[in-house]
Design a protein around this ligand. Structure first.
Ligand SMILES: Cc1cc2nc3c(=O)[nH]c(=O)nc-3n(C[C@H](O)[C@H](O)[C@H](O)COP(=O)(O)O)c2cc1C
Length: 482
């Protein structure tokens, strides 16, 4: 399909942009996107479910390098492992520069599997979303998605300036590198993350790969302009995301001012100049509060190819969010509850993060304070240089004394939440601790959450991805591949 999508179903981590959601949207002629965030971990946990589907096992087995898929099934498939009699999920190593080879394999295979399944049985287009800020899994994730023929890569939450070059290299099966940000590194030396396709396949034949298109997710025209002029190559287009969008948001420009509810206030300096974006000459999509037909038309009037929508899809039946949690939130919204807060502190990344304030979730401060701080997934850890010259990793949500011992500032730990465990729990795969504690979900959504009733039929509490497409596209909705 050469035509540009009118709707991009936004990448929603962890796992909310499921295979089923992306496949449904893609089959109806728009761009379905899977989330690549922490996907190695979720594959490992899915394989440990007692009711794991044969389709998933078959997808792992379809990976072109069978020794690798065999190792993964041997390690994580529930029939192969001893679950300790306590239903604890088996630990997956945390990402690091010198991570075990098997974790790199799991990252590659997990992205391959989701793209493979999302593309299966139709010829619609599929994208994968990654966050620039989560650096260590990037190269293996891109390679895995490309092995399954991913059509688009979308990346924001940072400045993904080198991605065009990396995609050029990986699509030719060449070694690709990215610099790792190392806090407190004064040596001036660049610490590189490297992925070599030929080293990965250990002498097996390399597979010819297609270069996916790259859409950079930006929140300002300045960044879009900067990326389009980069020596590393230009993105193929932009998703321009406004601060009402679900997930992480950009920080306001200048000094951060909080409103009475403790949320960052955005002002005129944060406004996007669409004239600048249009003049770049690349296609763009608008995101953040564009969940209606009128919003779609407004975006088109501004020169956009279409819109990227998250929140409306996040609560549809096809999303990866655990079913009863989704129903609880929809019921709360129908009663006028379930407020969305832009929390300036919750995310260890330092970006504001939107949370749905709903009972029995870790979005609520009083509930979260009862949680024992523990860091065992590690996707949001940042690298720092230890006194002995070696690399260490720390996260402001880990136990405070550990963070401080590693040279972190105690101030940075205040109000921080473990998004890794919270977001994985949102899928229904939360870890149970040995003392019986259960990791609770943290749900994110955009300000549009209050409008999701527009997708529900009278008296119903469930809606489908196709309802979202129909409402947004109106009479121009023509299912192309059902
Ligand atoms: C549950 C949820 C999780 C999200 N996770 C991500 C993510 O992992 N990466 C990303 O680039 N954007 C993420 N987003 C943002 C969406 O991709 C999309 O840009 C945004 O939701 C659009 O605004 P809307 O929520 O008003 O529709 C997330 C949004 C939601 C609702």
């Amino acid at each position: 399909m050469n035509q540009l999508p009118r709707i991009i179903q936004g990448g929603m981590g962890v796992g909310v942009s499921s295979v089923k959601l992306a496949r449904t949207v893609s089959m109806h002629g728009e761009l379905g996107v899977i989330s690549g965030t922490a996907i190695a971990l979720t594959l490992a946990r899915k394989l440990q479910q007692k009711n794991v589907s044969q389709e998933l096992i078959d997808a792992v087995l379809s990976f072109p390098y069978p020794d690798i898929s065999k190792r993964i099934l041997e390690t994580y498939y529930h029939e192969a492992i001893n679950q300790d009699g306590k239903d604890l999920y088996k630990a997956v190593p945390m990402p690091s520069l010198e991570q075990p080879e098997q974790l790199t394999e799991l990252m590659v295979v997990a992205c391959y599997v989701e793209v493979y399944l999302a593309k299966k049985g139709h010829d619609g287009v599929i994208g994968m979303n990654l966050l620039e800020k989560i650096q260590l899994p990037t190269l293996p994730s891109l390679y895995g998605a490309m092995l399954a023929g991913v059509d688009y890569i979308l990346m924001g939450a940072g400045i993904p300036i080198r991605i065009p070059k990396v995609l050029d290299q990986l699509s030719k099966n060449e070694t690709a590198t990215l610099p790792l940000k190392v806090i407190g590194d004064t040596s001036g030396e660049v610490t590189e993350m490297t992925f070599s396709p030929s080293a990965f396949v250990k002498g097996e034949p390399l597979i010819p790969l297609k270069r996916p298109k790259f859409l950079a997710i930006v929140s300002s025209h300045t960044l879009a302009l900067h990326l389009s002029r980069s020596d590393f190559g230009s993105p193929d287009g932009f998703v321009v995301e406004l601060p009402v969008a679900g997930g992480h948001n950009a920080n306001p420009r200048g000094k951060v001012v909080l409103n009475d509810l403790g949320e960052p206030v955005y002002g005129p300096r944060d406004e996007v100049d669409f004239e600048v974006i249009r003049n770049i000459g690349l296609p763009f999509w608008l995101a953040g509060g564009f969940g209606s037909h009128e919003d779609y038309l407004r975006a088109r009037d501004l020169g956009a190819a279409g819109i990227q929508v998250g929140t409306a899809f996040a609560f549809s039946d096809e999303s990866g969010m655990e079913k009863t949690l989704k129903e609880r939130i929809i019921s709360a919204v129908l009663k006028g509850l379930g407020r969305v807060k832009t929390d300036p502190l919750a995310s260890p990344t330092g970006f504001p993060f939107k949370v749905v304030e709903i009972e029995d979730t870790n979005a609520l401060e009083e509930t979260y304070l009862k949680r024992n701080r523990i860091c065992d997934l590690g996707y949001l850890r940042e690298a720092y240089r230890k006194e002995n010259g070696k690399l260490g990793y720390r996260c402001p949500s880990e136990p405070v004394e550990d963070y401080v011992k590693k040279g972190g500032d105690i101030e940075d730990t205040k109000g921080r939440k473990c998004l890794c465990n919270g977001l994985v729990s949102t899928l229904g795969f939360g870890q149970k601790r040995r003392n019986g504690d259960q990791e609770l979900p943290i749900v994110t959504a955009g300000d549009d959450l209050k409008f999701i009733a527009r997708f529900l039929k009278q008296g119903e509490k469930i809606y489908h991805a196709i309802d979202v497409l129909k409402v947004i596209l109106g009479s121009s909705f023509k299912p192309t591949q059902t």
